[in-house]
Design a protein around this ligand. Sequence first.
Ligand SMILES: C[C@H](O)[C@H](O)[C@H]1CNC2=NC(N)=NC(=O)C2=N1
Length: 109
Amino acid sequence: MSLTEMKCVPCEGGVPTIKGRQIENYTCQLKSKWQVVDEKMLRREFSFENFKAAMGFANKVGDIAEEEGHHPDLHIFYGKVVVELWTHAIDGLSENDFIVAAKIDDVPS
Ligand SMILES: C[C@H](O)[C@H](O)[C@H]1CNC2=NC(N)=NC(=O)C2=N1
């Protein structure tokens, strides 16, 4: 099953963090290139014409987050949105982060 067909599972701890080769396994399933920071976080910058377009994108990402119950940090600038994804409950990466990243990749930007 592709990541975009999957649903996030509520996480309140108790699952192992995804590390090493497993991270590569997941990142290569993503349509765009997400930066992996310290094996703990996925990060990607999206560019836009202006603030309104950046806000529009951020709101669509917010809708995905609410739908999935898994929430990225969003940094909104004039013409840029930076998305940072990790699983707070385990202080690292879980499958949920890759599911949300895959769904964000399908938002027009
Ligand atoms: C129960 C529910 O799934 C948790 O509180 C969720 C909410 N959204 C979350 N988002 C992120 N990024 N990490 C979490 O650990 C997290 N926990």
